[in-house]
Design a protein around this ligand. Structure first.
Ligand SMILES: O=C(O)c1ccccc1NCC(=O)[C@H](O)[C@H](O)COP(=O)(O)O
Length: 256
């Protein structure tokens, strides 16, 4: 599934490149005002922080929410304490678009993450050109050399990189590229199995100067508390927010 998602995302980027060349998207990226420093927004604090996700659908759960107005949802997230907004821009399974990202960027003043299956520089330039402040790099989807190259490229554009892991070996690959924002995803992206204990089992190996993000599988405030007790600085939440009253749900998460 993960290699299919990545191949699909690359094919879609290649189609866009027929209309917007590498040089053109690079010029658009460089013309943007500087990216927000997401590491400051997500820095450890005396309370948990939330990356709130705009997520219409997923391969594991199908349709979740129509989200006709992603900017309005992002505004609600930001007004209720989200530290960063994640926008799923993958179109085939998540029903997202880069236009969603542009709309969210124009609406909020907190950092915006392009959440997609990134495997080439063009996609990183697209993210910056659309106003993203962060990009996601999924260790499982990338050979180490490519992971390091894309990480360096994103950093050179002023982006923050959320490096996503799902095992001890992947965590050490993230540390090898000196990642400063590391996510441990409870969801196995190939089998969709959820392991809410994975974060707790790996967090002890993450240095103190790295911001620790527990990703996926948050259903309610109890799960947020569980991740917080294990040492999470940040939780990344999609489904639980888009399938409920997002303001009330977010407030309950931030109250733990
Ligand atoms: O959500 C999925 O089914 C999925 C399947 C395959 C690759 C990625 C997938 N999701 C991306 C994410 O990592 C989540 O959207 C994110 O962590 C939020 O998860 P949740 O709160 O469980 O919706």
């Amino acid at each position: 599934m993960l290699s299919d998602l990545t191949a699909g995302a690359l094919a879609d980027a290649a189609a866009r490149r027929e209309f917007v060349s590498f040089a053109e998207v690079e010029a658009a990226a460089l013309a943007q005002s500087p990216a927000l420093n997401a590491l400051e927004f997500l820095a450890p604090a005396d309370h948990i922080k939330v990356i709130a996700e705009v997520k219409r659908a997923s391969p594991s759960r199908g349709d979740l929410a129509a989200i006709a107005d992603p900017a309005a949802l992002a505004r609600t997230y930001a007004a209720n304490g989200a530290s960063t907004i994640s926008v799923l821009t993958e179109g085939r399974k998540f029903k997202g678009t880069l236009e969603d990202l542009r709309a969210v960027r124009a609406e909020v003043s907190v950092p915006v993450l392009r959440k997609d299956f990134i495997a080439e520089k063009y996609q990183i330039l697209e993210a910056r050109a659309a106003g993203a402040d962060l990009v996601l790099l999924i260790v499982a989807a990338l050979e180490q050399e490519l992971l390091a190259e894309l990480n360096e490229f994103a950093l050179s554009l002023g982006l923050t990189v959320l490096v996503e892991t799902h095992s001890r070996e992947e965590l050490h690959r993230a540390l090898d590229i000196d990642a400063k924002l590391i996510g441990v995803n409870a969801r196995n992206l190939s089998t969709f199995e959820l392991d809410r204990e994975l974060f707790a089992s790996l967090v002890g190996e993450i240095p103190t100067d790295v911001i620790k993000v527990a990703e996926s599988a948050v259903r309610d405030a109890t799960d947020v508390q569980h991740y917080r007790d294990a040492g999470a600085d940040v939780v990344l939440v999609g489904e639980a927010l888009v399938t409920s009253d997002p303001a009330a749900t977010l407030q309950s998460f931030l109250a733990v």
